[in-house]
Design a protein around this ligand. Structure first.
Ligand code: ADP
Ligand code: MG
Length: 594
């Protein structure tokens, strides 16, 4: 086939299709123009989900009569003068493409009046050709009406979906801008109905809650920080609370709703490994000097690229981490205390003093003496929940030496509620720890931290034989080496049987727990793909001390101490909280003292 240059009308239609795919893309471009024009009120009207008519009316600055024709030409823009301007653009538009593209594939009318003028212009354009132009008198601002979208591009029109579907996409676009521009009034109406109406709000969180009412029932954790290269404000919601929200994450960069995978990954990283399909919810608003952000890598500008992506990633993941801890910081009155043992720096000195483990050796013997060995299936040198005999205590003792003497001497009382929760007094009130969740977190971090090291394993006195189904056995064979790295050594032993020789340090698992564990491995696709985090989460869930088991004072103390040595002590690997706190203030309020 010989190469030919396309006729200009065909080329224009093809190019238009890159920017404008459906009613929602028209609405996006028109709203951006209105916002660029400084509008404080934007009204969207749809017929047939925008397939037959879209109207966007604003109260922005308007277009001067002699410029209206230019506005609908492609590559006509008032926002860019030289190519250099492109690197520091701060308006939404700059390519001068939108109105031209829309006009090319629809019947468009534009009615506009400059602020302060007596009259304005109404101009109609069909498939890129002007058909009329007249003077009108109206309120200052601009109204663009787009009818019969893609009437001259049947292939494209055929791709449009049902009215409700297209309308949903339009609403999604409007909501995005409404989140960012909380001081602007937005509405979306149809012939019979109002679909959305957002009054101006002083703060964006109020607007956000209006848009996502589910947020009213969850704990929003604010995050934010400012840096000359990058500022961030936003909210995050823990995965266990996010549920229905978990697919509605949003990121805005310099007020533009964007898809930015690196940011998504950074947030996940900040939350730490979350087993399963649980995803946190977040809304992040980033801003940077415009020259650091390339908004010109995608036709619809829905993707952007920040100049230093490594910095962006670290900055965001750290903010999220800080936000998660900060939240508990607030709850636990945490004061930063440099030099304190890792993980505990968020507990105030007084609180930590009361929660600190007594490392006095006689106590340690007592701890080991109190162990109930009946449910640990013949584990050699078992440390159970106390962790005082294994490698765990080695690490702890080492750092415990840094503690001031007085600190170590303090004694605390712990109470166990229904053999499931540990209650402990701290300086500012009371903490309640979920013993199973806490131990899960401890085991999980230990397993992942000590990958492949021998200290991660505890040999079984009597190896356990576990009977598997053929599928479970096949899964086992695939993940055998990963399991061994996590501290679980097992070997094939006869057809569809494995012999378990070591468990991750500090685990407590019976033969039936192991049996169940192998069943779960086989039922979890991420595990089959070799995902160690997921394996560790499943193991820790089975191996952690169960609710319902009585713990001694020393065991409780040890558990709490080790919990606060974790990197992320406040949540179990499934994202549920491990600790809840009641301050004296909370209690005083409940009792009507204050
Ligand atoms: P861009 O936004 O990239 O400049 P558009 O094709 O979207 O290109 O718009 C072309 C020009 O028309 C804009 O630069 C602006 O000057 C003017 N314009 C478009 N819509 C409006 C509006 N709602 N209010 C005021 N001016 C507008
Ligand atoms: Mg534009």
């Amino acid at each position: 086939m010989s190469i030919r240059v396309l006729p200009p009308e065909t080329a224009a239609k093809i190019a238009a299709g890159e920017v404008i795919q459906r009613p929602s893309s028209v609405v996006k471009e028109l709203i951006e123009n209105s916002l660029d024009a400084g509008a404080t009120r934007i009204e969207v009207y749809l017929e047939e989900g925008g397939k037959s008519l879209i109207r966007v009316a604003d109260n922005g600055e308007g277009i001067a009569p002699h410029e209206v024709e230019l506005a609908v030409k492609r590559f006509a823009t008032s926002k860019l003068e030289t190519a250099e301007d492109l690197v520091r653009i701060s308006s939404f538009g700059f390519r001068g493409e939108a109105l031209g593209s829309i006009a090319e594939v629809s019947e468009l009318s534009i009615e506009t009046q400059k602020q302060g003028s007596e009259s304005g212009i109404l101009m109609r354009v069909h498939a890129g050709k002007m058909v009329s132009r007249e003077e009108v008198v109206r309120m200052p601002g601009t109204t663009v009406t787009v009818s019969r979208l893609f009437f001259n591009l049947p292939a494209r029109r055929a791709f449009l979906k049902s009215e409700p579907y297209e309308r949903r996409l339009v609403l999604e676009v409007v909501r995005n801008y409404a989140i960012c521009f909380n001081d602007v009034y937005f509405d979306v109406k149809g012939p019979k109905q109002t679909y959305a109406c957002y009054q101006p709000q002083d703060d964006w969180i109020t607007r956000l809650k209006e848009i996502l009412p589910d947020l009213k029932n969850v704990e929003l954790i604010p995050i934010g920080a400012s840096h000359s290269q990058l500022s961030v404000k936003g909210v995050i919601v823990r995965p266990d609370q996010a549920r229905e929200l978990s697919r509605m994450q949003r990121t805005f960069f310099n007020s533009r709703p964007v898809l930015y995978r690196a940011i998504f990954r950074a947030v996940l990283e900040g939350f730490g490994p979350q087993p399963g399909s649980q995803i946190p919810f977040f809304v992040l608003m980033l801003s940077s000097p415009p020259e650091l952000l390339d908004a010109n890598i995608h036709p619809a500008k829905t993707e952007v690229r920040y100049r230093d992506e490594r910095f962006l990633f670290d900055y965001i993941s750290q903010l999220v981490r800080k936000g998660l801890h900060g939240q508990t910081v607030a709850n636990l009155d945490i004061v930063e205390r440099p030099g304190f043992r890792r993980g505990s720096e968020w507990i105030s000195e007084m609180d930590a003093k009361q929660l600190s483990m007594d490392t006095n050796p006689s106590l340690q013997t007592r701890i080991e003496g109190t162990l109930d060995e009946t449910d640990v299936t013949g584990v050699k040198g078992v440390t159970g929940v106390t962790g005082t005999g294994g490698a765990t205590s080695g690490e702890y003792r080492e750092s415990a030496d840094e503690h001031p003497k007085a600190f170590r001497e303090s004694q605390t009382s712990f109470w166990q509620l229904q053999n499931s929760y540990i209650l402990a007094q701290i300086a500012s009130g009371l903490v309640i720890v979920d013993q199973h969740a806490a131990h899960e977190r401890i085991l999980y971090e230990q397993m992942l931290e000590r990958l492949s090291s021998n200290s991660a394993k505890q040999p079984l006195l009597f190896p356990l034989i576990v009977e598997l189904t053929p599928e479970e056995f096949a899964t086992f064979e695939e993940i055998e080496s990963e399991l061994s790295e996590l501290g679980l050594d097992a070997e094939p032993f006869g057809p569809n049987q494995v012999m378990v020789e070591t468990l991750p340090a500090d685990s407590r698992m019976s033969a039936s727990d192991l049996r169940e564990l192998f069943r779960e491995f086989n039922a979890t696709s991420e595990v089959k793909l070799g995902n160690r985090d997921r394996m560790a989460a499943l193991i820790s869930c089975k191996a952690a001390v169960k609710a319902g088991r009585a713990l001694s004072q020393a065991e409780m103390e040890s558990l709490i101490n080790r919990l606060f040595s974790c990197k992320n002590p406040y949540f179990c690997p499934h994202g549920r909280p491990t600790v809840i706190k009641f301050t004296m203030d909370d209690l005083d309020k409940r009792f009507g003292r204050i």
